[in-house]
Design a protein. Structure first.
Length: 345
């Protein structure tokens, strides 16, 4: 074939014309994209490749340039990401990968940010995506993408063991004599919230407790404040499991403002074991997610695919489950009824 254009190359490789142009003219694209474009152009008699670009590409291949990983997040300011990113950076740097991060919270500019990150990266880690399974499947290549705190058919993923973590919360409250407890949930479309809520519902049945699900609330301090007001409408609830530490902090503060003692009147548990948990008064009992392990697991899965090349591509996706552990602190204690019985005795 002769006389092909950049548009022909773009259509054949499933790229934009601008990406093909950058690859052919020495611009910024990921190494694998540049190699694919130059290889296709050379095989199909495209004669407009600058000699310097060919030389640079050959030299890069010989040097085996560092691969790069793009990390796509939806709320970079959250407590959740500090330890997670520490795990990602630590393992990626030790393995010879560069890391780029993009926060795509909200809709505006999402597509442009995604294209820019994809062009700079050989593989992607998508964290806590709020996209539907259909959107994930249409947007990302499962051969070069790993999901964190989310699963989707065909994709490798790293998730935490919410089933075990929430069961530890329920068991802890049951052991203190609590009989009616509540789960304060976040947004309904949240994959993580759905898993935690379902785990809570199974656990209360297992321990023969009365379980109440309230929400949805914003997974923020303000959401916790609103949740506490609704919680106080049910006087029989003596224990609470909040979606995360931020919400739990709002709950705890609001309960105390309303004259409730924590944990004497109501026990409160959060999830994340963030720095917030140990700095509150009383200190917050919380489920440790071990975010650093989660980040490390995600990079390990992705590097296996990127460096395994053809042996990994097309293989069955893998799911790594990181264990959780309940960190018991001062915000939980015996149910009021158990305290009354003890005083009578």
């Amino acid at each position: 074939m002769s006389g092909i254009t950049m548009t022909d190359i773009a259509n054949e490789l499933g790229l934009s014309v601008s990406t093909v142009s950058r690859a052919l003219n020495g611009g910024q694209v990921r190494n694998s994209t540049r190699s694919a474009v130059l290889d296709y152009a050379a095989r199909n008699a495209y004669d407009k490749i600058p000699t310097a670009v060919v030389a640079k590409s050959t030299h890069s291949q010989r040097k085996q340039e560092r691969l790069s990983i793009g990390v796509l997040v939806t709320d970079l300011g959250g407590y959740y990401f500090n330890d997670l990113l520490a795990g990602i950076f630590s393992y990626a740097n030790a393995s010879g990968f560069d890391v780029f991060i993009s926060d795509i919270d909200g809709v505006a500019g999402r597509d442009d940010a995604l294209i820019a990150l994809r062009n700079r990266s050989d593989g992607l880690i998508v964290v806590s995506s709020r996209w539907s399974e259909q959107e994930l499947a249409a947007t990302f290549d499962p051969n070069t993408t790993v999901l964190v705190s989310r699963t989707c058919d065909g994709f490798s993923s790293a998730i935490v063991d919410d089933e075990s973590g929430i069961e530890q919360c329920v068991c802890h409250l049951a052991s203190f004599g609590h009989r009616r407890i509540a789960y304060l949930g976040a947004f309904e479309h949240s994959f993580t919230n759905r898993r935690r809520r379902e785990s809570f519902e199974r656990a209360v049945q297992r321990y023969n407790l009365e379980g109440v699900v309230l929400g949805p609330f914003e997974p923020l301090h303000t959401g916790g404040v609103n949740a506490a007001d609704e919680l106080l409408l049910d006087a029989d609830v003596t224990g609470v499991v909040a979606f995360n530490d931020l919400m739990a902090a709002g709950v705890l503060g609001r309960l105390m403002e309303r004259g409730k003692r924590v944990p004497e009147d109501i026990s409160v548990i959060g999830v994340d074991d963030s720095v917030l948990a140990s700095s509150m008064r009383p200190a917050l009992t919380s489920v440790s997610i071990r975010h650093e392990r989660l980040g490390t697991a995600a990079v390990r899965l992705l590097t296996q695919r990127l460096r395994g090349a053809r042996s990994e591509r097309g293989s069955q996706p893998k799911c790594v489950v990181v264990p959780e552990i309940l960190m018991v602190r001062g915000s939980t204690g015996a149910a009021p009824s158990a305290l009354t019985s003890s005083n009578i005795l």
